[in-house]
Design a protein around this ligand. Structure first.
Ligand code: GLC
Length: 455
C-alpha cells in the first residue's frame, strides 16, 4: 500500500516537472534583467479615468447602483474634458518622484480611452472626440516617464460578455444566470478582448507595463478560460517582449504568465513569496477610498502616511503605485495635487533612500520606530526616523560596519559615539553604537540618516 502511494506520488511529481506550464522560454536571469528598471524605480502613478469620472462617485458606480446602460450612457454623451493637459499630469508625477505611470485604457465600464476599431464606445466618439490615450502616451514619454496600460478583462458594456457576480446585472441563482446569459457568447467577447489588447500593444509604440484586471474564479466568476489568458499572454509576450505584466489574468502557475504580484490597498507584513521564493511586488493604493474621481470622499491619507507607504514598500523589497482619479474636466483633484507636491518635497531630498533600494540585510537590526532601506550598489543603509528620537539613537549589531553617518536631506554629519549608560539601566553591549542627534527634528516630514557602510 505504502509503495503504491509512493509510486503515485513520484509519478505525479515527475509529471508536473515535465509538464511545467509555460507561456515562453525566458530564463530567470533574462527575467531579472527585464525587470531591472522597474525594481530600481520603485514609485509610479496609477491613473483611473473613464466616463465614471462624471458621476464622481466611484469607478464602480455602475455596479454599486445597478445603473442600466441607457442611464449610464449619459456620462459617455457628456464626456468632454476640456482642461485635459496630460503634460501637466506628467510633470506632476515627475515632480512627486514617480518614475512610471499606468493608465486605464479601459476600465470595467467598458469605455476605451483609445480609438479602438472594435467598438463605438470610445473617447473618439464622445463630444471630446480625441484619442485620449495617444495624447497621454506622448506627454508621459516626453517627460521621460515609463508608461503602462491597465486593461480591464471585465466589461460591463459588451453585449456578449456573460453576466457574472461582479456585473451590474448580477443575479442570485443559477437559473437566473442561465436566463440572463442565454443569448450571450463569451467566446465573442474573448476575441474582442484579445483584439483590443493587440490594438493597445501595437498602436502606441513600446510599452513598459501591462496591467490586466482581474480574475475572480469560482461560482458565477471568471477565470483564465473565460479570458483565454494563456493565448492572450502568449500574444502579449510576442508583441512586446520587454513589457512587464501584473498577476491578475489567473496564470499564477504559468511561467511567464505574470511578472509581479499586486497587493491592493494592502500593506504587506513581509516580502511576498511564491513557492518559497521572494517575488517582485507592487502595492497599488489610493489617496482616498476610490480609484476613480470621487467628489464627496473624505478619507484622504496624510503626507506622512503616504511616505510611510512608499518607504515601507521599499523596505520590504517592493514598489508603490499611487493612484489619481482625474475629474471630468481632465484635471487632477486639488487634494491629490497637494499630496503629490508634499511627497515631491520629501523626494527631492530623500529619494536616494528609495531608488535602487531594497530590504536591508537581516544582520542590521531595525531601530525602534524606524524603517530601513538599503542600496546594494552603493552599500549604503538608510534609517527613516518615523518618530524622531530624543538625541540618541542606539543601533544594535552595527559595530565595525559604519564608515560615516549623515542626514540625507542636508548631508550634515551625524556623530557616532558610544552608547550612553545609567547605573540602574541594563548594560549596553559593546557592539552597540550610538548616533548623536540634534534635539530638534530636522525640517523634513521623515528624516533619513544615511549610513555609508564599510566594504
Ligand atoms: C480592482 C477594482 C478596480 C481597480 C483595481 C486597482 O480590481 O476593481 O476598480 O481598478 O482594483 O487595483
Amino acid at each position: 500500500m505504502k509503495k503504491l502511494v509512493l509510486l503515485i506520488l513520484i509519478t505525479l511529481i515527475s509529471q508536473s516537472i515535465i509538464a511545467q506550464k509555460k507561456i515562453w522560454n525566458e530564463t530567470q536571469e533574462e527575467k531579472d534583467k527585464r525587470l531591472e528598471w522597474w525594481r530600481n524605480d520603485r514609485f509610479g502613478m496609477f491613473i483611473h479615468w473613464g466616463t465614471y469620472a462624471l458621476a464622481g462617485r466611484h469607478e464602480w458606480v455602475k455596479k454599486h447602483e445597478r445603473i442600466p446602460d441607457e442611464i449610464y450612457n449619459r456620462y459617455f454623451e457628456n464626456f468632454n474634458p476640456d482642461l485635459y493637459e496630460p503634460s501637466e499630469w506628467a510633470r506632476l508625477a515627475k515632480a512627486a518622484g514617480m518614475k512610471y505611470a499606468v493608465i486605464t485604457s479601459k476600465h470595467h465600464e467598458g469605455f476605451t480611452l483609445f480609438d479602438s476599431k472594435y467598438t463605438e464606445y470610445k473617447a473618439t466618439n464622445t463630444p471630446y472626440g480625441k484619442d485620449v490615450l495617444k495624447m497621454w502616451v506622448d506627454a508621459f514619454r516626453a517627460e521621460g516617464l515609463k508608461i503602462g496600460f491597465y486593461y480591464s478583462l471585465i466589461d460591463w458594456h459588451h453585449p456578449e460578455y456573460t453576466i457574472d457576480r461582479v456585473h451590474p446585472m448580477s443575479a442570485n441563482t443559477q437559473e437566473d444566470y442561465d436566463e440572463l446569459n442565454k443569448d450571450r457568447d463569451m467566446g465573442i467577447y474573448r476575441e474582442y478582448l484579445k483584439n483590443q489588447v493587440r490594438e493597445i500593444l501595437t498602436n502606441y509604440g513600446k510599452l513598459d507595463i501591462l496591467w490586466l484586471d482581474y480574475s475572480f474564479p469560482g461560482r458565477f466568476g471568471k477565470d483564465r478560460d473565460d479570458w483565454g489568458s494563456v493565448e492572450l499572454l502568449k500574444m502579449v509576450r510576442e508583441l512586446q517582449p520587454e513589457i512587464i505584466v501584473n498577476d491578475r489574468a489567473d496564470l499564477r502557475d504559468y511561467w511567464g504568465g505574470w511578472d509581479f504580484t499586486t497587493p491592493e490597498q494592502f500593506k504587506v507584513t513581509e516580502w511576498p513569496t511564491y513557492e518559497g521564493k521572494k517575488i517582485p511586488w507592487e502595492t497599488c493604493q489610493t489617496f482616498s477610498g476610490s480609484w476613480g474621481y470621487y467628489r464627496d470622499e473624505y478619507t484622504w491619507k496624510d503626507t506622512k502616511q503616504l511616505l510611510v507607504l512608499l518607504i515601507e514598500s521599499v523596505s520590504k523589497g517592493g514598489n508603490l503605485l499611487l493612484n489619481v482619479g482625474p475629474t471630468g474636466r481632465g484635471t487632477i483633484d486639488y487634494r491629490a495635487v497637494n499630496a503629490l507636491n508634499s511627497m515631491g518635497e520629501w523626494m527631492k531630498y530623500n529619494s536616494r533612500s528609495i531608488y535602487g533600494c531594497t530590504q536591508a540585510p537581516e544582520s542590521f537590526e531595525v531601530p525602534a520606530n524606524s524603517l530601513l532601506t538599503y542600496n546594494p550598489q552603493s552599500n549604503r543603509l538608510y534609517i527613516h526616523l518615523l518618530d524622531y528620537p530624543l538625541q540618541n539613537l542606539t543601533l544594535k549589531g552595527y559595530e565595525g560596519k559604519i564608515k560615516y553617518a549623515q542626514f540625507l536631506h542636508d548631508a550634515s554629519e551625524v556623530r557616532i559615539t558610544t552608547p550612553r549608560m545609567h547605573w540602574n539601566q541594563p548594560e549596553i553591549s559593546q557592539s552597540d553604537i550610538n548616533l548623536r542627534l540634534p534635539v530638534n527634528k530636522p525640517p523634513v516630514e521623515i528624516p533619513v540618516i544615511e549610513l555609508i557602510l564599510e566594504n
